[in-house]
Design a protein. Structure first.
Length: 135
């Protein structure tokens, strides 16, 4: 099948499919006319790639894991190296989540502190005060 048909069957645009090819995640044959020709198996491979991308994996990580994938879910062979790679990625995600939670906590504290300092009655505005800045 040509790239347009693969795009229709997978719901992935052709630009992304070309990117997957450039990353070595899918490998089409080239017809005599130079067009990319994909096998039916490419539909499954693209489904696996999409699912692994949903997990937050990079294309390099996916290239490493893809040979161990079976089925559209995909299911991965439980080898120690693969599990170590997945755990390392999970650890990175956990660290990012902790960082965002900490930033949220500090921002919330800043807002609370500023709100506590607000006067309950606003003085008349004489027009000389600067307008509040927006973030």
């Amino acid at each position: 099948m040509l790239i347009g048909e693969l795009s229709k069957r997978t719901g992935v645009n052709t630009h992304q499919l070309r990117y997957y090819e450039a990353q070595g995640l899918i490998e089409p044959r080239r017809g005599a006319n130079g067009y990319r020709e994909y096998t039916d198996e490419a539909v499954l491979t693209v489904a696996q790639i999409r699912k692994l991308l949903e997990a937050g994996l990079s294309s390099a990580e996916i290239a490493y894991l893809l040979p161990c994938a079976t089925g559209p879910s995909p299911e991965l062979e439980p080898c120690p190296e693969l599990l170590d790679a997945l755990r390392a990625r999970l650890h990175k995600l956990d660290a990012c989540i902790e960082s965002v939670v900490q930033s949220r906590r500090v921002l919330s504290d800043l807002i609370d502190s500023a709100e506590r300092r607000m006067p309950t009655v606003y003085p008349e505005c004489d027009g000389s005060a600067a307008e509040p800045a927006t973030v």
